[in-house]
Design a protein around this ligand. Structure first.
Ligand SMILES: [Zn+2]
Length: 222
């Protein structure tokens, strides 16, 4: 049975997240994308359904009209392929990063993990900090971040994952990101941005806020 109130709550949460990403400038033009697992609300027992933002949509537009710029992808956890549903009359094409989103949700469900939310964004200071030669490996990034913020270990207990530049929207990026999520809740993509997961969109956004704040401190003290 479709639980409309829960769908509305999920869309409201996506709208709030989109507004923050837009206001911070962490998703310029049509950059960034969001998805949220709503399997407990839509779909059958063996299916996974996610609400996901559309291709080409701006975060400021998603914040205003989430039902217009989001749709639903439904897929069987162990198999390829998916079905698209939409909320309104307008055409809906999922974000170009949908391969990463589907792969991650499939993985989280198959592993019995509690995370339901995924956010991909382009935080300025984070991208700038990763241009530093000092921050060229996952080990170095975590070591430097620890010295920048006394609560790094507490705030990001699983540390950050890091991937060298990989073609945006590619299967390779999806597969490499997936491997990193075994051990991390936020993965930094060099020259691009990051992807963060959480039990809620607020928690996924927290990871991005914390890591971008630490990156900003790093740049300020250089
Ligand atoms: Zn991107």
């Amino acid at each position: 049975m479709i639980k409309l109130k829960k769908i509305q709550q999920a869309l409201k949460s996506i709208s709030n997240t989109a507004k923050i990403l837009s206001e911070r400038g962490w998703a310029e033009a049509n950059a960034g994308n969001i998805s949220f697992n709503v399997s407990d609300t839509i779909g059958g027992e063996f299916e996974t359904s996610i609400i996901i933002t559309s291709s080409g949509s701006r975060m400021r537009e998603i914040a205003e009209s989430p039902e217009k710029y989001c749709g639903v992808l439904t897929f069987l956890s162990g198999e390829k392929g998916y079905q698209i549903s939409k909320f309104g009359e307008d055409e809906f094409i999922p974000t170009s990063e949908y391969l990463s989103h589907i792969a991650i949700h499939r993985y989280l469900v198959n592993e019995g993990r509690p995370e339901k939310a995924i956010i991909h964004s382009h935080p300025d200071e984070l991208i700038a900090a990763m241009h530093s030669e000092e921050l060229d490996t996952e080990k170095n990034i975590n070591a430097v971040f620890k010295t920048m913020h006394s609560e790094f270990d507490m705030l990001i207990p699983d540390k950050v994952g890091f991937l060298p530049f990989t073609e945006p929207g590619s299967k390779e990026l999806a597969e490499k990101t997936l491997k990193k999520l075994d051990d991390h809740k936020i993965v930094l993509w060099k020259d691009h941005g990051c992807i963060s997961i959480g039990n809620s969109l607020d928690l996924a956004l927290d990871n991005i806020e914390i890591v971008n704040k630490i990156s900003k401190i790093y740049l300020l003290q250089k």
